[in-house]
Design a protein around this ligand. Structure first.
Ligand SMILES: *Cc1c(COP(=O)(O)O)cnc(C)c1O
Length: 759
């Protein structure tokens, strides 16, 4: 027992801990963490990184900070002695809702790894009051509600640092909020979040509606506000500009304070542009350097040397372009600079397809990034190859030296130590604690995972840990959603944003098929619990139809006593980091079934693997690297290759109706969508629209992969049922090989190849 710590905590709480409410203890712990992390702030020498991102999906912070500061075990013990449970206190903390999916979670993992590796690197983003949205499924369809997370005592503290920003010719004041980022036995960095004092939360009504024209009241209410109308699109530009203008002013002020004369900015700062949302930082920095008397050509060179760009997607609709008229309205001060950049780019290449402003007057943000930064990276090996060979081929020919790959990673502090303490302890017992700082040490587990040398006792312990995690998930779901899971079943999980390219609809068709098989008397080798977690963008009609179909099928199955012995379909409401931390340790089979070539990397795939699930996946994103590392026996791969898919798109001859008509299983499953069982529970409009989409368009080629998916998933279920120890042994191979996917490795590569921090 740490008596000092106990005294400090009691002092902070202002009374004996046993007499405190969970809320009071939470506040005392928040203050304790602040003091301890403050003590780990060290001055920056040499170059510092600024990671600018529209999203930071940081998750709850209390436990993570306690672990990183080395206080977790002591605090838990002190609280237990006072009759309090740390996990109850965690429930008091609202999850900061500052991100959407993988891209935002990546930014959060990167901040953790920077601080852990002792590298000076701060985040820059926005302080959204209501985050993305809170998903409500109570009516059998998704509806959206505000997701408030800002409380009187929030991790993000206001400062008196402000910057003036011109929005559509009108000055506003951006205020800086600071949030400590602790590293595991490392330094403390900062997440800088900007906001306006004039935001008015009360203008939100009927879910997430609000007047988008009143920019000073609404600018930071939500992440990714609906952009299906012009006001929404303009609002996104307002948001982006507030972030980059205040961010750029902060960067220049800090660098000057540390001795930069701005001509040498690249020696003091590295700026990583996370996807295209922060791209306007390029013209904004050039503008600010111009105000400091630096000529355009030199400013372009300084900015190019300082900035680097990460591409996250090859989906055409996600490569942002803005009509110049929008930019002229919101950021008239930038348009002359963007025009000069367009002229400079055109002087370098005659290829019209690489222009910053195209013939139709649209500004291509990614093009500006590639021309005027020194590095463009993809986020997994396959993704970077596709960028070089296909999507960005012209740019690759012009600037081969700028292109590089940085395969994504995850922080093992959150995605192993915090979310799976039992597995962490088991691993530590086998190979010692070194893997916590050096994830490559997980390979020391390999002898235990080798069929020749595996120890049955150890495998049984691992199986018990999985069983306990499944029970814990079931208990949590019983409490939060009133759902009881069959813990004897295989847990099959697809948790990620809802998007057609991720193909939740393929899984849906499988489950319909399984249901019909059970009804026909063909029962599987083991019961299956199939769990989904996914938010759909509010204006994404088909994605919402897929959610509705899954919810409806879930009811059809649950209402059928025969089928529900074998099959359970559960949809987790409001999938977020907190839910992910419960789901992932409980998973047996990880669904990573995107259409090959479409998932840039994925990071969910890495979290599941690390926590002892086997992957059922396509050769897409980082699945390719997982397959290379664990070998074909330890992963279930199926489906068309990225080459075949790209070819099919190029040929333009894919006709889903032909597949529908040729495969009776497929036809039966698709027809079921609008059959009497589904219509009795669900809405015809949504179900019929989804069916028509699958037969008439199926842009993400679900139907050609259906049969391969059926076969491969059947194999996984049979292996799980008939060789449980072999299954566990293969999960251990996955755990042992997961070290490569530590974001510490990713960040070390960014630093080595792009940033050169501290030098
Ligand atoms: C990791 C994570 C994601 C990303 O999942 P993918 O399967 O890579 O798309 C999305 N949301 C949350 C909450 C996550 O933790």
């Amino acid at each position: 027992m740490n008596a000092n710590l106990k005294n400090t905590l009691t002092e902070l709480a202002g009374k004996p801990l046993a007499g405190c409410t969970d809320q009071e203890i939470y506040l005392a712990l928040l203050e304790l963490v602040r003091r301890e992390s403050d003590a780990r702030r060290t001055p920056v020498r040499g170059k510092k990184l600024y990671y600018i991102s529209a999203e930071f999906l940081i998750g709850k912070l209390l436990s993570n900070n306690l672990i990183n500061l080395g206080l977790y075990d002591d605090v838990r013990e002190i609280l237990a002695e006072a009759g309090k449970s740390l996990s109850d206190i965690e429930e008091v903390e609202p999850e900061p809702s500052l991100g959407n999916g993988g891209l935002g979670r990546l930014a959060a993992c990167f901040l953790d790894s920077l601080a852990t590796l002792g590298l000076p690197g701060d985040g820059i983003g926005l302080r959204y009051h209501f985050g993305l949205f809170k998903q409500d499924l109570s009516a059998g369809v998704q509806s959206e509600q505000p997701d408030p997370w800002l409380t009187a005592n929030s991790w993000a503290e206001p400062t008196d640092v402000t910057f003036p920003v011109q929005l559509a010719g009108k000055p506003v004041t951006a205020r800086l909020y600071r949030l400590d980022v602790t590293g595991y036995e490392g330094r403390t960095n900062t997440l800088n979040l900007f906001d306006l004092d004039t935001i008015d939360e009360s203008i939100v009504h009927d879910g997430i509606r609000f007047d988008k024209d009143d920019v000073e009241k609404c600018l930071t209410l939500f992440l990714y506000p609906d952009d299906s109308d012009e006001a929404g699109r303009l609002l996104r530009i307002y948001q982006q500009y507030l972030m980059v203008s205040a961010g750029a002013q902060l960067i220049l002020a800090e660098c000057k304070e540390r001795g930069s004369d701005l001509h040498d900015l690249a020696k003091y700062a590295a700026i990583q542009i996370n996807d295209t949302h922060p791209s306007m930082v390029i013209p904004e920095l050039i503008r600010l350097l111009g105000e400091e008397g630096i000529e355009f050509d030199e400013a372009v060179q300084i900015v190019t040397d300082t900035c680097a760009y990460t591409n996250h997607t090859i989906l055409a609709e996600a490569l942002e372009t803005w009509p110049r008229g929008y930019l002229e309205k919101v950021v008239p001060q930038l348009m002359p600079i963007i025009e000069q950049l367009d002229a400079a780019a055109r002087a370098r290449t005659g290829n019209e397809g690489l222009a910053v402003i195209d013939g139709g007057g649209n500004v291509h943000m990614a093009h500006m990034d590639i021309h005027f930064t020194h590095s463009t990276n993809g986020v997994a090996a396959l993704h970077t190859e596709i960028l070089k060979n296909t999507e960005l081929h012209g740019f690759y020919e012009l600037y081969p030296e700028k292109f590089n790959n940085k395969t994504n990673g995850i922080t093992f502090r959150r995605w192993l130590l915090e979310c799976n303490p039992a597995l962490t302890a088991e691993i530590e017992g086998l190979i010692g604690p070194g893997f916590k700082k050096d994830a490559a040490e997980l390979e020391k587990l390999l002898p235990y995972a080798d069929a020749a040398t595996a120890d049955i006792n150890i495998l049984q312990q691992l199986a018990q840990i999985k069983a306990k995690n499944k029970k814990a998930l079931s208990d949590w779901l019983a409490r939060t959603q009133g759902v009881q899971l069959n813990c004897e079943a295989m847990f099959d999980i697809q948790a990620k944003r809802l998007h057609e390219y991720k193909r939740q609809q393929l899984n849906l068709l499988y489950l319909i098929h399984q249901y019909l098989e059970v009804k026909a008397g063909h029962t599987p080798a083991v019961p299956l619990v199939s769990i989904f977690g996914a938010k759909a963008a509010p204006a994404y009609t088909i994605a919402k139809d897929i959610i509705h179909a899954l919810l409806t099928l879930s009811r059809v199955i649950a209402a059928d006593p025969e089928a529900s012995q074998w099959l359970q379909l559960v949809f987790i409401e409001n999938y977020n980091v907190t839910a992910a931390e419960k789901l992932i340790p409980a998973c047996d089979l990880s669904e990573q079934i995107s259409l090959a070539s479409k998932e840039a990397s994925g990071t969910g795939n890495m979290k599941f693997m690390l926590n002892g699930a086997l992957t059922l996946g396509t050769m897409d994103g980082a699945n390719v690297e997982i397959a290379d590392l664990v070998g074909g026996d330890n992963i279930y791969i199926f489906g068309a290759s990225s080459g075949q898919v790209i070819h099919r798109y190029a040929a333009g001859d894919y006709n889903p109706r032909e597949w529908y008509e040729a495969d009776p299983n497929l036809r039966r499953a698709i027809d079921f969508l609008t059959g009497p069982e589904m219509l009795a529970e669900g809405r015809e409009e949504n179900l019929a629209r989804l069916k028509n989409e699958l037969i008439g368009k199926d842009w993400f080629q679900t139907l050609p992969d259906f049969n391969a998916y059926l076969v491969r998933k059947g194999q996984a279920v049979a292996d799980y049922a008939f060789d449980p120890l072999g299954w566990t042994r293969r999960t251990l191979v996955n755990i042992a090989k997961a070290g490569y996917f530590s974001s510490d490795r990713t960040i070390a590569e960014y630093d080595r190849d792009i940033w050169h921090l501290g030098e």
